[in-house]
Design a protein around this ligand. Structure first.
Ligand SMILES: [Zn+2]
Length: 341
């Protein structure tokens, strides 16, 4: 091996294991998500008298180059692993081909996702109930993120007045579920998308929900939202509620029998509720809420400790004011949560 400061992966792999100390310079959470075998996390292991080569790596081999240069000035035999952790990852057995690794590179880089999280996304199934103003952006981001199986249930057909917000649709008069499926397959051909072009109901819920890990309520009436809530809690299926009207939207995630459901908070659907038809809606507001729902799904699958559970996020996109209303958990008076499945 020459004495260049950068060491290639091939050169590194040929080194005798007892001839070097391998130091991972990334964050502790990135290290926990995955690291090169034998690597230590900090400089603490470096003894001033060491005879070992010091091999530093970071995500892409950029910061580690500076660190290696600094240690060389201090008299150590220091090197930086060329291409960093990302380069090493490409050589490992994985659930992904090279194209997928490149496609998802920017999120695999995130310590909260990493390779382990990306594999979880690939194995996960998310069901969208509704392929409208929330379902379109939500589904598009889930497809782009590499959620392995996406289901779409919607009985409706696309009409012209949908087009200001239902951005995945291109053609009037076709099934929304099939239209969104086409768009998602166009975004990412590495995932499996199933369309159910009929109404979600108590009769078909058990069969459809069974195949998915997480559900997103992208429906547009209060009655349907309460039905989705009741069925998800009954069949013990975690789900994300979302609603938007005018310029205002709300999001909350429900983990059945662990966190508050919609009925713990509101008991019954409010009567005389405004709808998009009566009150109007701006497309980008639906897009914001649909994107937050997609984030909740990604977080549930990869790092479930930061979810919008027992709290509702409320966003007024006209004033740009946000509120997060906290709830005390499952209500002892909730007839859905207090009724074991
Ligand atoms: Zn409840």
């Amino acid at each position: 091996m020459n004495d260049e400061i950068e060491i290639t992966l091939d050169e590194f792999l040929k080194l005798p294991k007892d001839s070097y100390l391998l130091i991972d310079m990334r964050s502790e959470s990135a290290y926990q998500q995955g690291h090169i075998e034998g690597a230590v996390l900090t400089n603490d292991h470096i003894s001033p008298e060491t005879e070992l080569k010091l091999i530093f790596y970071c995500q892409y081999g950029i910061e580690s180059l500076q660190t290696a240069a600094y240690f060389r000035k201090c008299g150590f035999q220091a090197h930086s692993l060329q291409g960093g952790y990302a380069q090493w990852l490409r050589t490992q057995d994985s659930a992904f081909d090279l194209e997928e690794l490149e496609r998802y590179d920017r999120q695999i880089t995130l310590p909260q996702i990493g390779m382990i999280g990306q594999e979880k996304l690939k194995r996960a199934g998310v069901l969208l109930i509704g392929a409208g103003g929330l379902g379109c952006p939500c589904g598009m981001y889930l497809a782009a993120a590499g959620v392995g199986r996406i289901g779409i249930i919607d009985h409706d057909e696309v009409c012209l007045s949908n087009m200001n917000r239902q951005i995945a649709h291109r053609e009037i008069g076709v099934s929304k579920a099939l239209s969104l499926k086409n768009t998602l397959e166009g975004i990412n051909d590495k995932i499996e998308v199933t369309a159910y072009p009929y109404r979600f109901s108590a009769e078909n819920a058990a069969e459809i929900l069974e195949g998915f890990d997480f559900v997103i309520d992208c429906t547009d009436t209060a009655e349907t939202k309460f039905m989705v809530n009741d069925l998800c809690v009954h069949y013990n299926k975690p789900y994300c509620y979302g609603g938007v009207i005018g310029f205002e939207g709300q999001v909350m995630t429900v983990i059945p029998h662990k966190t508050a459901c919609l009925r713990c908070i509101f008991e019954e659907p409010p009567t005389g509720c405004e709808t998009c038809e009566s009150h109007g809606i701006i497309g980008a507001a639906a897009g914001m809420i649909g994107c937050i729902q997609a984030l909740e799904a990604v977080k549930y699958i990869t790092s479930p400790d930061k979810l919008l559970t027992n709290r509702m996020f409320i966003f007024n996109m006209l004033t740009m004011k946000t509120r997060t209303v906290k709830f005390g958990g499952i209500s002892s008076a909730c007839r859905i949560c207090q009724n074991p499945a």
